[in-house]
Write a protein that binds this ligand. Structure first.
Ligand code: ZN
Length: 104
């Protein structure tokens, strides 16, 4: 039973991805990065189109389909964000964990 058949989480379930996308879209949130409204009717090549961003990246253990880990962004904002925020989060996480280690 303990067979660990790991797949790339990004490729596991296209259907699930579509459902979560629709759920985020239904929330009608503003862009989590710039705070401006998103035109949910815009389609992909458009830089202002809607894109789902993972608050905690999958590579850091963030859940792929957890609604609490997903936020709506503009494509352009998500793209601009790049790894910048990830680095900040990393630094924050590091300082949190190291301080815990130091004081325990
Ligand atoms: Zn934006």
């Amino acid at each position: 039973m303990a067979r660990d058949r790991r797949k790339n989480p990004r490729h596991t379930n296209a259907r699930m991805e579509k459902i979560t996308r629709e759920r985020i879209r239904a929330r009608g949130d503003v862009c989590a990065i710039c705070g401006k409204p998103i035109d949910y009717t815009l389609k992909k090549p458009n830089p202002m189109a809607f894109e789902v961003d993972h608050i905690i990246p999958i590579s850091r253990g963030g859940k792929l389909y957890d609604m609490d880990n997903l936020q709506a962004t503009h494509r352009i904002c998500n793209e601009r964000k790049g790894n910048q925020l990830d680095d900040e989060r990393d630094a924050m996480h590091m300082s949190l964990t190291t301080s815990c280690d130091l004081w325990s």
